[in-house]
Design a protein around this ligand. Structure first.
Ligand code: FAD
Length: 404
């Protein structure tokens, strides 16, 4: 192996990953007069930012707080969010020409609708501040020898060893290998005897297999506004039926709180009471067939699909107590037992990661390894859908920069 040792005395730190956290960290360090070298496996920075929010980048959420994040320690993210607020994100991007427009539920997107504008803010600031980004550079290992970190890299196909006094692991989570995802953050942590909170795909579609699968397949493409819940949490947004199961925002949200083998419950009519509605309708329109009534509430396609579960061909006046109980339970407590999830290739984030027990919440420095910092998605802090994960990436990048 052709391994050259290069002393990087002119850098204050090496940042692994030119994603949301690493880029923010590089820029904020630059503002403080610190020089960093950013190492990125891909041939360009910000691959995930570029495809985020359907290429429009939902870069924060106006209502973000610790409540929209899951972690073994739900208080851990509070210090970072106090140091870098949503207001800070909005002001930072405005200062560099990105005005936000709010879409549903506080989600902020650039008015231009172009994620590449967000990446351009960072690349041009890194240029101005003299922060170097080495693309096509994969970090293979990090070890600490004495007070110095040795960072083994493969750059344009050749191996080198870099030295650094401080290292920032901002290499993201496991989702989407073709966008550069690696397990480096977890590997480094494991090697240093740091705990990992169990990892799994999150914000991910859920699959249905076996005898129930054709039922979902027939509805592929249909979307319904629902309340989806389990015994941990509840979300009210759309669900989407697909050939292989369920997707859509409400399903992605609940997926972060779902464990294999568990049921998910769906209220198909969250803001109305089906028993009351039928009661009213049968007074005026007792001869109406249940199928037609349900079609009016949803779509004909959906009503027809439900007809194998409901007395759909009875008229409203002839529904008995048992029929009504079945209807109420089906509409307000539709039960689904997913077979699994679509995996890391379809997940927006990874749940779990480097345990928060191992890091200082104030600085994000590893307690056992001074000089080593972890930020962004590789840490056990997972946000809901809607701009929350970027808020964590920006905030953690900022916090680390203050401590380099
Ligand atoms: C399809 C999709 C859409 C999304 N949309 C949104 C959205 O609209 N809003 C939102 O808040 N969140 C969104 N997310 C989540 C968000 O992208 C992530 O939470 C965020 O990018 C995490 O930032 P990070 O810096 O920790 O990791 P990343 O942005 O993933 O950056 C990590 C970087 O490290 C590099 N890397 C990995 N391993 C190595 C290595 N060994 N050597 C060198 N470099 C390495 C990777 O190539 C990558 O560029 C989306 C995610 C996906 C997959």
């Amino acid at each position: 192996m052709d391994t050259k040792l290069a002393k990087q005395t002119d850098f204050d730190a090496i940042i692994i990953g030119a994603g949301a956290c690493g880029l923010m960290c590089a820029v904020q360090a630059g503002f403080l007069g610190k020089r960093v070298l950013v190492l990125e496996k891909n041939d360009r920075p910000g691959a995930k930012i570029l495809i985020s929010g359907g290429g429009r980048c939902n870069y924060t959420n106006l209502y973000a707080s610790a409540q929209q994040f899951s972690s073994q320690n739900e208080h851990f993210c509070k210090s970072a969010f106090a140091q870098w607020t949503v207001e800070d994100t909005v002001t930072f991007f405005e200062a560099y020409g990105i005005t936000g427009q709010e879409k549903t539920l506080g989600q902020l997107f650039p008015v231009s609708n172009k994620a590449k504008d967000v990446v351009a803010v960072f690349t041009s600031l890194c240029d101005d501040l003299g922060q170097e980004i080495w693309c096509d550079t994969e970090v293979e290992d990090v070890v600490k020898v004495g007070d110095v970190f040795q960072v083994a890299i493969n750059r344009h196909g050749s191996n080198r060893l870099l030295l650094a006094n401080k290292v920032v692991v901002a290499s993201g989570g496991l989702p989407i290998q073709k966008l550069g995802a690696t397990d480096l953050g977890l590997r480094i942590a494991r090697k240093l005897d740091m705990k990992i909170s169990e990892t799994a795909p999150a914000l991910v579609p859920l699959t249905i297999t076996g005898k129930d699968q054709p039922w979902y397949e027939q509805l592929s493409g249909n979307s319904i506004y629902c309340r989806v819940w389990n015994d941990r949490i509840s979300f009210e947004e759309n669900i989407l039926f697909t050939h292989w199961g369920l997707s859509g925002p409400a399903i992605l949200q609940i997926s972060s709180y779902w464990r294999p083998g568990e049921w998910v419950y769906i209220d198909l009519l969250p803001n109305q009471n089906i028993a009351d509605l039928i009661q009213q309708e049968r007074v005026e329109n007792g001869k109406k067939m249940l199928l037609n009534y349900i079609a009016g509430l949803f779509t004909r396609k959906f009503a027809e699909a439900l007809s194998d579960k409901l007395p759909s061909y009875k008229n409203l006046a002839s529904l008995n107590k048992q029929d009504l109980e079945n209807i109420i339970s089906l509409i307000h407590q539709f039960k689904v037992k997913p077979a699994g999830d679509k995996g890391y290739d379809k997940a927006e984030v990874m749940r779990g990661g480097v345990s928060t027990d191992e890091l200082s919440s104030k600085t994000l420095e590893a307690k056992k390894v001074p000089g080593l910092f972890f930020g962004g998605e590789c840490v056990d802090v997972t946000g809901w859908l809607g701009g929350y994960n970027f808020q964590w990436a920006w905030a953690s990048g900022f916090v680390i920069a203050q401590n380099l």
